[in-house]
Design a binder for this molecule. Sequence first.
Ligand code: AMP
Ligand code: GLY
Length: 425
Amino acid sequence: MKILVIGGGGREHALCAAIRRSPRAPEVVCAPGNGGIAQIARCAPANQKDLNDLMRVVSEERPDLTVVGPELPLSLGLVDEMRRRGLKVFGPTRDAAMLETSKAFAKRFMQRHSIPTANFAVCTSQQEAMAALAMFHHPVVIKADGLQAGKGVLICEKKDDAEHAIEGLFSGHLLGTSETSVVVEECLRGEEISFLALSDGKHATPLIPAQDHKRIGEGDTGPNTGGMGVYTTDTMLDARMAEWILEHVAQRTINAMALEDTPFVGVLYCGLMMTATGPMVLEFNARFGDPETQAILPRLESDLVEAFEACIEERLSETEFRWKPGASACVVAASQGYPGSFGTGKPISGLEEAGRVPNVEIYHAGTAVEGGQFRTAGGRVLGVTATGANLSEALDSAYEAMGRISFEGMVYRKDIGWRALKKKQ
Ligand code: AMP
Ligand code: GLY
């Protein structure tokens, strides 16, 4: 069996590693992959922004199953095109992926189907958005409609900031492209949880929940990043709360997508704010989270390949998932300057020594190999994951491994999991 994974970050490294653990012993190809992925899978060059190029790889590789990591190929319609050709692919169609690719669609969808989310107004002109501000307290959240790789959400403390954000989004000053639709939204407070569920279009099966750390600085300060670390514990959500979220958010979303003739097959990522009045959806993603996947999949004991096939063949409700009890933590090492500009090509040392720490997996996010030497090749460079009987154990192992790794300008947060550790005291 040959499995093709599309993407080339830490998430795809973790996907390739979990797929390789399958008892079906599949051959794994990753397009384009990265330096670390090349150690466990064959990497095939590909341009992820180009549907024709991705289809070229599919035609050349002729995989038995394809798994799509990032959102961009989904938004280009890769799944639609592969299905048209009768090929097996895990991921949502372009229309189903609109839960992620259009915030205006997602908000209206949640409103239509009574899925708990922050109050909002979808505005199609600057004038309309400025007028809508009067309905909200500050801080207020201003969001670009389309995919913006995390840069399209602005939390505005004052009216001036909000007006500036609205003007910047519609004019194009802020993101380089001018928005035709902007969401003005109530600012929610609480802890964020990433609740991911697999779906076959009808049934939703939750994965273990995770908590991401989006800010660059310790104590959750400074600019937003793609994620600086994440952890999972068996106590993150109690069984009743997990059941509530599954019923009122994940399963309800899957039912409603089917009802609207855009059944969602793939992984539905529900980004939740746990507010004082209950969980509310901040956002949906139509794919695995990064770095959530790097902390979630090392705890999966059952066969991921079987789970993907069950999703494609609409028999997920019969599929059993087993998880290693305890906790996991993934700490991300980034390049100096990230999420702003950063240099690349710095030699990385200590990877082998770090890999010898028990219960540790090192996932490469942005690395390349030159002359047998790993070098930095991105903003986020590595994700060091460890599992353990509890969070402290997992964190100790992850940080011990991280301490053995170095490259010029290496930056990582030393406080991953701080909210959970604080609660324990
Ligand atoms: P999104 O791109 O929608 O996931 O938003 C990115 C991040 O912005 C979220 O993970 C939250 O930290 C924050 N955010 C988004 N919407 C809200 C909101 N309504 N209230 C507070 N924070 C928000
Ligand atoms: N960890 C956030 C995301 O994958 O979007």
